[in-house]
Design a protein around this ligand. Sequence first.
Ligand code: PEP
Length: 245
Amino acid sequence: MAPRKLAAGNWKMNGDLAALAEIDSLCGTHGNASCDILICPPAVLIHAMKERVGDHAIAIGGQDCHAKPSGAHTGDISAAQLKDAGASHVILGHSERRADHGETDADVAQKASAAFDAGLVAVICVGETEAERDAGQTLDVIGRQLSGSVPQAAHAGNCVIAYEPVWAIGTGRTPTNDQIAEVHAFMRNKLAAAVADAADISLLYGGSVKPANASEIFSIAHVDGALVGGASLKASDFGAIISAL
Ligand code: PEP
């Protein structure tokens, strides 16, 4: 088996019911694409988006979940609740959650375990800050985040890893092809030490992916797809990225 190709969209805190028209458009043009497609809208849109997608091959995901299955956690959402609403995936450890909510690697690992227990695929994000890259610490940071955030129960069927340099998210800046290749090869090797089928885990690149640079990024070894923020909001842009994969 080879890693599955995946184009994943992260709508972040954007979109409303009217924005689901973008999904209709995506279903019309890419509902039977040769790669896997995932859209992660705000949690309040998951159920409606799932209904809109119907039988088209587009998966829906959450952007976070709580580590506990239920209980007194006001404002939080469990993995099982995401699943019940129609999600099959959940993004975990996004740098915005790590920065804005103080999420640690241990938090991310606990959430990923909860996602596995609920039958969700965890899309676990890792990535260095610009200061860490400038200090030559990129591979140390990625290695530490992988060790701390990816539970032992991870395998190619329940886990996707997204390399998202923090400085490339929403900035229009991207690493060089060599920099992406170095990190992705490192991640593949690092995972192989811990996970039996690491060769089959999909490794996504994320950070300012757009129609103009998608083909080039997808040609890099061990890049099996993309996690896309801004360019996933418009079906025309996201569709062009899907076509490039
Ligand atoms: C992201 O937030 O996961 C992301 C990759 O954002 P953007 O594509 O907008 O850089």
